[in-house]
Write a protein that binds this ligand. Structure first.
Ligand code: DX5
Ligand code: ZN
Length: 218
C-alpha cells in the first residue's frame, strides 16, 4: 500500500491558507489534514465548517477532516456537505460510535475513528469491520508542535496485527502528532499508512524539501 503524507494546516499561515495549501500540493502532499477543535473535547479552538468549505474550493486533494469535538454526530452532515472526504471522529467523544460511523458512511464519505494516546485499542475492536481508517494519536490532541509519544507505536503494531489477522488490510492506519523525519521510519515500520505532519512541514522554509525528507525516511 502506498504511504500517504497529510500536511496539517493547523501549522500553516491561516492568513494565506490558499497559498499554503497550493504550496504543499505542489510539494507532493497526498491529503490535506484539517484539525477541528471545539474547546471542550480538547482545550483549544481552531476552525469549523466554513473554513472546510473554503478550503474545498482551492484544492483537489482529499480533505482529511479530524474532528476533535464532543458529540461529533451533530456535525457530520455539515462537514460532509462542506466537502470533507474522510471524516475521523474520536472514540472518546461519542457514546454512539457505531451510529456515528454509519452516519459518515451514509453520506458517501470514508469514516475514521481516532484514539488518544491513553485509550486502548480494545475500545474500538468491535467496530474495526465498519471503519475505513484508524487514527492513532501520537500526542494528546489539542495543539500542534508537541513531542511524539513513543509508546503509541506499540498500539500501531497491535492494531496492525489485529487487522492482518481479521483480513482487514484495507483499513488504513494513520498517525498524528509530533511526526518528524527522525521518527517517521519507525512509524512506517510499525504499520502506519498515513502520516499527518504539521510543524515538520509548515514549520520549514522549503515545503518541497520537508516533504521529500519525510518521504525518503519512510
Ligand atoms: C493535534 C492535531 C495534529 C497536529 C499535528 O491535536 O490533531 O494534527 O496539527 O501537528 P504536529 O505535526 O506539529 O504535531
Ligand atoms: Zn489532527
Amino acid at each position: 500500500m502506498k504511504k500517504l503524507l497529510a500536511p496539517s494546516i493547523l501549522a500553516s499561515d491561516f492568513a494565506h491558507l490558499a497559498d499554503e495549501i497550493a504550496a504543499v500540493a505542489n510539494a507532493g502532499a497526498d491529503w490535506i489534514h484539517v484539525d477541528v477543535m471545539d474547546g471542550v473535547f480538547v482545550p483549544n479552538i481552531t476552525i469549523g465548517v466554513p473554513v472546510v468549505k473554503s478550503v474545498k474550493k482551492v484544492t483537489d486533494l482529499p480533505l482529511d477532516v479530524h474532528l476533535m469535538i464532543t458529540e461529533p454526530e451533530r456535525y457530520i452532515e455539515a462537514f460532509s456537505d462542506a466537502g470533507a472526504n474522510i471524516i475521523t471522529i474520536h472514540a472518546e467523544a461519542t457514546p454512539h460510535l457505531d451510529r456515528t460511523i454509519m452516519q459518515i458512511k451514509s453520506m458517501g464519505k470514508r469514516a475514521g475513528v481516532a484514539v488518544n494516546p491513553g485509550t486502548p485499542i480494545a475500545l474500538i475492536d468491535d467496530i474495526l469491520e465498519i471503519v475505513d481508517m484508524v487514527l492513532i494519536m501520537s500526542v494528546n490532541p489539542g495543539y500542534g508542535g508537541q513531542k511524539f509519544i513513543p509508546y503509541t507505536l506499540k498500539k500501531v503494531k497491535t492494531l496492525k496485527g489485529i487487522l492482518q489477522k481479521r483480513e482487514l488490510d484495507h483499513v488504513l492506519i494513520e498517525i498524528d502528532g509530533g511526526i518528524t523525519a527522525k521518527n517517521i521510519y519507525d512509524a512506517a515500520e510499525a504499520g502506519v499508512d498515513v502520516f499527518v505532519a504539521g510543524s515538520s512541514i509548515f514549520g520549514m522554509d522549503d515545503y518541497g524539501i520537508a516533504i521529500s525528507k519525510l518521504r525518503k525516511s519512510i
